[in-house]
Every structure is written in C-alpha cells, then in structure tokens.
Design a protein around this ligand. Structure first.
Ligand code: ADP
Ligand code: MG
Length: 358
C-alpha cells in the first residue's frame, strides 16, 4: 500500500463541548502518513479544544477519532492520553522539575525500554537539533519559557509517535530558532512517516510549512486544501482575510472563454480577468470576487478603475496600497519601494480574481 493512503489520524463528525458550550462542531479531517496539516483559525475558534480532544484531554460528544487504525475516542469510548501514541507539543509544557533537561527528553525512550546511555545519546541528538545541547545538564527552572518549549519539542520528537499535535509551538521562539524548529519537525515527519496536526497563528508559517491547510471558524472546519488552493480559492471572504490581505468586490461577469479569462464589470470599469473558482464553472452574472493585492496593479491605463490611495505600506520587498473606489476598498501591490503617495489619484487594474461562495 502506498503510504499516502495510510491515515495517521482520522476524525469524523467530532463534536466537543466545554460545559454547555459546544466548541467544536462535527469536525471531519484526516492526516496521512508523512503529512503535515496546519489548523488555522481566529482565536477562540476551537483549535486547541479539537487538539485536546485528539490528545485525550476532553471527551467527544459525537463522532469518532482514530489514531492510525485504532479507535481512540467516541461518545462511549475514551482511551487515556498515554495510550494514544501521540506526541503532544502544546504552549505550556509540563517538564519534570527534578530532572535535568537531558533526562526529561530521554524519558519516553527509557519508558520504551531503551538503556540509559543510549537514551541519553539520542536525547542529546534531539537537543542539538534544536540548538539546546548546551542546556542538557540544566534543570527546567533554569530555563526561559522559550527554552522550556524547545525541550518539550525535543521530548515529543524523541518519543517517535505516529502522530504529532502542535499547538502554536513556535509562539515564544525567536525567528532564527523558529526556522530550525520547523525544519526539524518537517524532516522528522518525512523520515518517520508520522503525521502532524499543527496549529499556527501565523498564516505565512502555515502556508509555507503544511502539505494541507484546514481552516476552522466558530468550531467548524470550513475548508481543507493545499496551501495554494486555500490561499487562492478561499470559500469565503473571512477565510481569504485569515490567510493574507484580500479585497472583495462585486463584479458582473459578461463573458468567459474556455481558458477562464472573463470580461468582468467592476463598478464602472470593464476588466479582463483570469477567474478561478473552487468547485464550479463561472457563470455569467453577479459574483463576489476575492482579489489578492499581488493580482492587482496601479496604472494610468484608460480601462482602469479610478481610485484614491488611502494607505501606503512599505514592507521591504514590496509596497502594499489600500485604495478607495466606487467598488469599495481595494488593494494593490508591487515589488520595491512606493511609487504613489497617500491622497494620489490612480487607476486600478486586476489581472486575476477568485469567485467566492457568498
Ligand atoms: P482556539 O485555540 O482556537 O483559540 P479554544 O479551543 O481555546 O480556541 O477555545 C474555544 C472556546 O472554548 C472559547 O470560547 C474558549 O473560551 C472555550 N474554552 C476553551 N477551553 C476551555 C475550558 N477548558 N473550559 C471551558 N471553556 C473553554
Ligand atoms: Mg488555542
């Protein structure tokens, strides 16, 4: 069997409540062997609760969770966390305070029966991989919060589980360590063919790291897809904005050719746009369009839509413009430093757009 077809995690119709509040609603998701799935969503959308239910910290009200082939949770069954073959790296780590760092990391190996010298050697390797080898002989109380977090990661990696759950593990790491941490995680997933479900609060991290992205809002998983698919063809405006800057406007489609090029009227300007849509053919008539700033340009062209620049944001590699127009708030960007100023009148053109569901 192709390992792509092996599921490390399957959740089906899972509902989780905290008291009377239903926080996760009928969530369905799979993580395949060797796959990293990023779970993204606004704060309070239920991401940590879903991870907690998978890890075995919360019971499920409906649905089922399998780790590999094994049913671990349903309304009538709940395996304890330690029997779920899951490596958990959450924001707060419970390290054993009376043990040195190296022994904390070696613990899961010792528990599997590895001799102490071998377990320590492996633990030291894990610590070196995340830049923590100099801290092996310290105690947890002698570490910063970020350092403790990295020790928690090293311990989860050392356990070699079938599935990793990460809940914003890089939140307290500086950018250089974040990169090393992520590299290590990705390499582990690839070589061990484990799976990982990764909650990230940073859209760019999720998009660049994950094989697939799952978007959660108000307890529901609303869209799952490859990073480019979710970024370029989000189902809704909320999903679009969660993953990066996006402008939305109403357009009227007059004509579409076989290759997806369309004549679209936006306010009083008719533009030729490459239209994409997640599931359906683009029909003539009124549609909701989502446009990334990098799909739009500022120009003096006659066919452009007149705008006024209301905000200029220079971020080093590109300049982002916020614009006011008859079609509402629009965006555009180009590489390099600003070429237009706030208050200036310019024309706006869009080369491509994605049709939203609503
Ligand atoms: P996220 O991780 O996406 O920010 P959470 O899963 O932490 O979201 O929270 C989702 C909702 O559940 C929030 O309304 C939060 O207040 C509530 N909640 C989270 N954990 C608990 C808990 N242990 N007890 C009661 N309510 C909780
Ligand atoms: Mg959370």
């Amino acid at each position: 069997m192709n390992t792509n077809d092996v599921h490390r995690l399957s959740i089906s119709g899972v509902t989780v409540a905290h008291g009377a509040e239903v926080v996760v609603k009928r969530a369905t998701l799979t993580v395949r062997a060797g796959e990293m799935v990023a779970l993204v969503g606004p704060s309070g959308s239920g991401k940590s609760t879903l991870l907690g239910a998978i890890a075995g910290f919360y019971p499920v009200q409906a649905g089922a969770i399998w780790v590999g082939e094994e049913l671990v949770a349903s309304p009538t069954l709940s395996l304890p966390p330690e029997r779920r073959r899951i490596g958990v790296v959450f924001q707060s780590h419970a390290l054993w305070p009376q043990w040195m760092v190296v022994d904390n990391v070696a613990y899961p190996l010792r528990r599997r029966g590895m001799a102490r010298p071998a377990a320590r050697r492996e633990a030291e390797m894990m610590l070196a991989a995340i830049g923590m080898d100099a801290f092996a002989a310290r105690y947890p109380s002698e570490l910063s919060g970020g350092q403790r977090q990295r020790v928690g990661l090293a311990r989860a990696l050392a356990a070699r589980p079938d599935l990793y759950l990460f809940d914003e593990p890089t939140a307290s790491l500086d950018p250089a360590n974040r990169e090393a941490f992520m590299q290590e995680v990705r390499e582990r997933i690839r070589t061990t063919q484990a799976g990982a479900l990764y909650v990230s609060h940073q859209a760019d991290e999720a998009l660049s790291l994950a094989h697939r992205v799952a978007v959660m809002m108000q307890g529901e998983i609303l869209q799952v897809g490859a990073p480019a698919e979710v970024y370029e063809c989000p189902r809704t405006a909320e999903i679009a904005r969660l993953l990066g800057p996006a402008a939305c406007a109403t357009g009227v489609v007059h004509a579409v050719d076989a290759r997806g090029w369309a004549r679209v009227q936006i306010a009083d300007s008719e533009q030729t746009i490459r239209l994409s849509s997640l599931h359906r053919e683009v029909d003539h008539g009124r549609v909701s369009l989502m446009m990334r700033p990098e799909w739009c340009e500022l120009t003096d062209d006659e066919a452009s839509l007149p705008c006024r620049v209301v905000r200029v944001q220079y971020v080093g590699h590109r300049t982002l413009y916020e614009l006011e127009s008859l079609a509402g708030r629009l965006l555009a960007s180009h590489t390099g430093p600003p070429q237009y100023q706030e208050g200036e009148r310019v024309g706006w053109k869009v080369r491509r757009a994605s049709v939203l569901e609503r």
